[in-house]
Design a protein around this ligand. Structure first.
Ligand code: PGA
Length: 209
């Protein structure tokens, strides 16, 4: 594991964007695992800027997002589907058919999860997964006590995660109580994983590293 300490959020965003660009330069049709939350915003902004300046080409890139709230439609402003299109995909030259997001309103969760796993395999597996860590240690929506080899599945969110994510909603009652997430087993199969941890927001977690 390589640890890089950065000065501030701007440096975190530009360094992470740089890692993604290097990955795409090495392999035009890279498969990226992407994340939502507050932390990736700067990285997405930087990637949009570089794409618009012609410095990175997403036309062959394939993406899979980590997770989605169960019960929120793709049009819901707090769904991760909406977030990803609004803050990233619609601004870059990625092909719609190469973007994969879990369907939060699926009528068949088992089928949705199985299909997602199959699509990841069919694409050749994730080359680079970027992810954050929740303030209780969750990864994707895998809460800390979950199995280390699980695949994409439905999870019940803990009270702590619901409270933390209520900052994006009007109140905690509006936060969905469940989500669909790649499992830790799915994530661990990525060829490379990059994860960030911001000291100011998560000092306790930093001490444990
Ligand atoms: P954050 O979220 O980037 O908003 O801190 C990380 C997470 O909850 O996984």
């Amino acid at each position: 594991m390589k640890v890089t300490i950065v000065r501030d959020y701007n440096e975190l965003s530009s360094k992470t964007a740089q890692l993604i660009i290097e990955q795409i330069i090495n392999k035009k049709n890279s498969v990226l695992g992407l994340a939502t939350g507050s932390t990736p915003n700067g990285m997405y902004k930087e990637l949009i800027r570089l794409n618009q300046e012609g410095k990175v080409d997403f036309s062959e890139v394939i993406t899979f997002n980590l997770d989605e709230y169960y019960g929120l439609s793709p049009e819901h402003p707090q769904s991760y589907h909406f977030f990803m299109w609004d803050s990233f995909f619609k601004h870059i030259n990625i092909k719609k058919e190469n973007v994969h997001l879990l369907n939060g309103i699926t009528e068949n969760i088992a089928k949705e999860c199985k299909q997602y796993e199959a699509l990841i395999q069919k694409s050749g597996g994730i080359d680079l997964q970027v992810l954050g860590i929740g303030n209780n240690g969750h990864i994707g929506f895998n809460e800390p006590d979950i199995s280390l080899n699980g695949r994409t599945h439905l999870v019940n969110l803990t009270a702590k995660t619901i409270r933390a994510n209520s900052r994006f909603f009007n109140n905690a009652r509006e936060v969905p109580k469940q989500a669909i997430t790649m499992g830790i087993g799915t994530i661990m199969q990525a060829k490379k994983i990059f994860y960030w941890l911001t000291a100011k927001e998560k000092p306790g977690l930093l001490k444990e590293q």
